[in-house]
Design a protein around this ligand. Structure first.
Ligand SMILES: [Zn+2]
Length: 417
């Protein structure tokens, strides 16, 4: 039996994935005691990295010995943190038996390391863990402190190195294919580590997406997927793969946790888009509005139309391929209905461009902005009128039409059939 395995707890697994990546392994089951000893060592590397990461305080608040202002003098907190990390690493493997099981992994005995420092498992060691005297937290209902094992506590200390921020919260990924999560975290960790190496020792590093909306995180996912395809780590997404994103906030007075699912279709969209349309999406994301509800990742989550793919003022619409990919993968529209829409727009353009001054004016408005969003409500009314006419003509005299539309001869009849 392997010494380490996934626990099902998103925070612990997020940290474990960083440990696996730092040890240069591909899977948690390949991790050995020697790997863990080597990468924790005297704890200094982890302490230094976490001290520079802004996500660290988001994961464990400000009461960790590493960040607690009262322990700043003579680096007391830093030293204590290193000591505690080493103790956790030692007991992570050595601990057996014990009265209580860990409530995160259910496998190992609850830690005794924190008690030696007269500390309890509270949110400065485990996200959202409640403690006696602090009922603001969620787990385990403030009746007693949480029982967590040394390995789970240690793993969480690595989590900030593999975390990105989505909409102001820390995001941890979870999938029924843990290898997918492992690859995503490994890419985030690699980027975090590269940035840390370029930073002065007193400088702080923001995580991807920190202080921003969702576009940076989506750009990151696209980048990760491109990278996985480029280095051929994954050629195709596993069938039915979906991604749970656990979003949590552990600092301040309003700790919170939310889980969103990026369903299989949406994930397939991001995967295919990364292969062919990454640059185009990045250009569109660049001009994305600030309201989160209008941002692409949010629209993917909600399965709603994304305005960035439509023309607006001077912005061009998305390419046909990208538009179709979104319509079919995320919104679930069939290719037949898209062909019908394409045929309708072809006929509308054909008629209006050969019409009078008013027709040409209407055509210009249609090409500039999605008719549904135009403040001038007569645009959509006129458009509906033309579509109704087209349908009647099509049903009664299919030969009337321009006939030059390349793929579909009688789309409405085909569609109705
Ligand atoms: Zn545990």
């Amino acid at each position: 039996m392997p010494l380490f395995s996934w626990t099902g707890n998103p925070w612990v697994d997020g940290g474990l994935a960083v440990i696996v990546a730092k040890a240069g392994k591909e899977n948690v089951e390949h991790l050995t005691k020697a790997d863990l000893d080597a990468l924790v060592s005297d704890g200094v590397w982890l302490a230094k990295a976490n001290r520079q990461l802004k996500t660290f305080t988001m994961v464990v608040g400000v009461n960790s010995p590493l960040t607690n202002p009262s322990l700043k003098k003579n680096d007391k907190g830093f030293k204590q943190y290193c000591e505690m990390i080493q103790s956790l690493a030692k007991s992570a493997i050595a601990d057996t038996g014990g009265e209580y099981r860990c409530e995160a992994c259910g496998e190992r005995p609850a830690t005794k390391v924190l008690a030696k420092y007269k500390k309890e498992v509270a949110r400065d060691w485990f996200p959202l863990a409640g403690s006696i005297g602090s009922d603001a937290q969620a787990l385990p209902a403030a009746s007693r402190t949480a029982r967590i094992c040394s390995l789970c506590l240690l793993s969480v200390q690595f989590l900030p190195l593999g975390a990105i921020i989505i909409g102001g919260k820390i995001a941890c990924f979870q999938s029924i294919y843990p290898e997918l999560t492992q690859l995503i975290v490994a890419e985030v960790f690699k980027e975090t580590q590269d940035k840390l190496n370029l930073l002065g020792s007193d400088e702080k590093l923001s995580a991807v997406g920190q202080g921003k909306g969702t576009k940076e995180s989506l750009t990151m996912l696209l980048k990760i997927f491109t990278e996985l395809q480029r280095n051929r780590r994954i050629l195709e997404l596993p069938p039915h793969a979906s991604l749970n994103v656990w979003l949590f906030s552990n600092s301040g007075q309003e700790p919170d946790c939310d889980v969103i699912e990026i369903p299989n279709e949406a994930l397939l969209f991001i995967w295919d888009a990364a292969r062919t349309y990454r640059r185009e999406i990045e250009t569109i994301l660049h001009r994305e509005p600030k309201q989160i509800s209008h941002q692409l990742l949010e629209c993917i989550k909600r399965k709603t139309e994304y305005s960035g793919f439509y023309p607006f003022k001077s912005s061009k619409p998305a390419s046909k391929g990208l538009f179709e990919l979104y319509q079919t993968k995320v919104l679930g529209n069939s290719l037949a209905s898209l062909r019908l829409a394409e045929w309708l727009s072809f006929e509308i353009e054909f008629r209006l461009s050969g019409g009078d001054k008013n027709d040409k004016k209407l055509l210009a408005k249609l090409q500039k902005e999605n008719a549904y969003w135009n403040k001038d409500k007569t645009v959509i009314a006129k458009l509906n009128g033309i579509i109704a006419q087209l349908v009647i003509f099509q049903l009664h005299s299919p030969t009337w039409f321009s006939g030059s539309f390349p793929q579909v001869q009688h789309p409405i009849l085909d569609f109705l059939a």
